[in-house]
Each structure stands twice: as structure tokens, then as C-alpha cells.
Design a protein around this ligand. Structure first.
Ligand code: PMP
Length: 319
């Protein structure tokens, strides 16, 4: 799993580029104590026309939406953040990478009212391979249902991608790993299937693609949206609905979707084999279509790719 500490030369902070080593924060920053941050995870793919960022505008919109929910004023609009992202990838001479915008509540006050703390906005990028381990995309992963639920609606707003939400995700992930699984699927407070610690989930039953409907307990994944769009265009019926846990056990196919996880097949849940245990045809077809578009191998009729302008665009060999 590509989990070693990443590093690339430059980080963008509040409109300027600073060296990686200089991007430190003080222990008294509000975010350290209370998880006061919002962030994004975006992938940039290597294409024949140079590096291309997948669904950058959707991610920047969600970033600014998350900030709005938490009353954080980020003094950069989507256009400025898009330009800065391009410059960041170019400066770091990366052809393919993961991009992490993050806005944190910094130094100011340590009371719970965060408004006295300054907001710092960063854009970071680094090389990141397969999120759920080598072979995950090809062979699939073994997962469990978590003993931890996702937060109830109107507790932590899960449509916001906020730092504090990931305390719940860490509990899920650590428990899964401790029990010998690669990942966990959480139920919502009402006991229905919600999502993975950092992925949305789909199942296939009798040729129909099914994913949990918006339940107030999950993130509205951009990959989830891409997969729904692609599947409809591929003539695969798609339903967003309530998903009882046991539907996962009797599914023909199950897969995760996420920027980091891309389309990762699930081959067993709670040690119950999914379908015939291999990667199912619909999972494979959707994985190939999504990665094909992202890598510029299949025509992007959706306008999902944003080609990083400038020099590095021509330097695909840097990778
Ligand atoms: N759920 C959670 C909790 C996540 O952290 C992520 C990753 N951002 C996802 C789902 C998938 O979202 P996306 O497809 O936008 O990366």
C-alpha cells in the first residue's frame, strides 16, 4: 500500500509556493486539537497529452461546499484554485499524482469557537499508487462490515469532507486491518449499508447496479457519480436505493469507488465469497471504462479531464 510518507518539492500555501519542509503548523493550531479542517482528494493521471486532473471542478466545488458548511471563508475561488493546482503539478514535475487541497483553522484561539483562528489553505501533491494495495484493482479485496456505524444525520455533516469525520473512518480502518481485512463497510445509524472508510460502495444483482441512496451518513463521492453516469451510458440499469446489509452477501458483484481506490472489486465480505469470487464482468467493464477515460485512452465526452497547461504537459517522460 502506498502509505509511506510522500514528498514532492513544492506546496502551495495561501497563494505562494513554499518548500515541502516549510509547510509545518504549530501544535496550538485549532485543527490539531479539534479536527477543524476541510479537504479534498483528487487524482491527476498521465495521458498522451500530459498530466490531466480528473474532475477537478467537481472536487473544487465540493471543497468550497465543505468550507461553507463549516463557515470557513477560503479567500480563493475555484478559478484561482484550478490555476494553482496546474502550477503545483507542473512545478513538482509530476506526470501522475494525488492532489490534496486542505484548509485548516490555524493559530488564534483555542476555545471551541473557531472563528478567531486564521484559515490557511494549502495544495499538496504527491505520487500515490494503488490505495488498497498491489493487486487490489486486479484481484479485489477482502472486507468486513464494521462494528462502527457512520455518524447519524445532523451530527457530523458527511456531505462535508472534513478532517474530524475521519476519526470515525480511522476506527473502521484500524479494526478491519486488526481483523485481517483490507477495508470495512459501515452501516448507517439505521443499520443499512452506507459506505467504506474512504470509498462508496456498489453491488450488482441480476445485471442491475445498486448503490446506497443519499443517507445523511456518507460522502457524495465524485467517483460514485462518475460510475453512475458511465453505467447508464453503457446501458447498465442503475438504482440508488436503501441497501440492507444482507444484499451484499447475495450480490453477484460488489466494488468500491473512490478517488484513491478508483474502482476496486470486493471479493469477500465477512469471509462470505462475493459471487463466484473472481472480479465480475460489470465491475471489470466499469473499471476499464473509468480508468480509460481518466487516462485519456477513451474519448472524454463528459469534459472530466482537465489537462495541466504548460511545460510539464509536454514532459510526460518525467514520470
Ligand atoms: N466516502 C468517503 C468517506 C471518502 O473519504 C471518499 C474519498 N473522498 C469517498 C467516499 C469517495 O469519494 P470520491 O469518489 O469523491 O473520492
Amino acid at each position: 500500500m502506498g502509505d509511506q510518507m510522500p514528498k514532492s518539492p513544492w506546496i502551495w500555501k495561501n497563494g505562494e509556493f513554499i518548500p515541502w519542509e516549510a509547510a509545518t503548523i504549530h501544535v496550538m493550531a485549532h485543527v490539531v486539537h479539534y479536527g477543524s479542517s476541510v479537504f479534498e482528494g483528487i487524482r491527476c493521471y498521465s495521458t498522451k497529452k500530459g498530466p490531466a486532473v480528473f474532475r477537478l471542478d467537481a472536487h473544487l466545488r465540493r471543497f468550497l461546499d465543505s468550507a461553507r458548511i463549516y463557515r470557513m471563508e477560503i479567500p480563493f475561488d475555484a478559478d484561482a484554485l484550478r490555476d494553482a493546482t496546474g502550477e503545483l503539478v507542473r512545478r513538482n514535475e509530476l506526470d501522475e499524482c494525488y492532489i490534496r487541497p486542505i484548509a485548516i483553522r490555524g493559530m488564534g484561539a483555542l476555545g471551541l469557537n473557531p472563528t478567531a483562528s486564521a484559515i490557511d489553505t494549502y495544495l499538496i501533491c504527491w505520487r500515490w499508487g494503488s490505495y488498497l494495495g498491489a493487486g487490489a484493482l486486479e484481484q479485489g479485496v477482502d472486507v468486513c462490515i464494521s462494528s462502527w456505524n457512520r455518524p447519524a444525520p445532523n451530527t457530523f455533516p458527511t456531505i462535508a469532507k472534513a478532517g474530524g469525520n475521519y476519526m470515525n473512518a480511522q476506527l473502521m480502518k484500524m479494526e478491519a486491518i486488526a481483523n485481517g481485512y483490507a477495508e470495512a463497510i459501515a452501516l448507517s445509524p439505521d443499520g443499512l449499508v452506507s459506505e467504506g472508510s474512504g470509498q462508496n460502495i456498489f453491488l450488482v444483482r441480476d445485471g442491475t447496479l445498486i448503490t446506497p441512496q443519499i443517507d445523511g451518513a456518507m460522502l457524495l463521492g465524485i467517483t460514485r457519480d462518475s460510475v453512475i453516469t458511465l453505467a447508464r451510458d453503457m446501458g447498465i440499469p442503475v438504482r440508488e436505493q436503501q441497501v440492507p446489509r444482507e444484499m451484499l452477501y447475495i450480490a453477484d458483484e460488489v466494488f468500491f469507488t473512490g478517488t484513491a481506490a478508483e474502482v476496486t472489486p470486493v471479493r469477500s465480505i465477512d469471509r462470505i465469497q462475493v459471487g463466484n469470487g473472481g472480479v465480475g464482468p460489470i465491475s471489470r467493464a466499469i473499471q476499464e471504462r473509468l480508468l480509460g477515460v481518466a487516462r485519456g485512452e477513451i474519448e472524454d465526452t463528459y469534459g472530466w479531464l482537465w489537462h495541466v497547461p504548460g511545460e510539464a504537459g509536454g514532459k510526460a517522460a518525467v514520470a
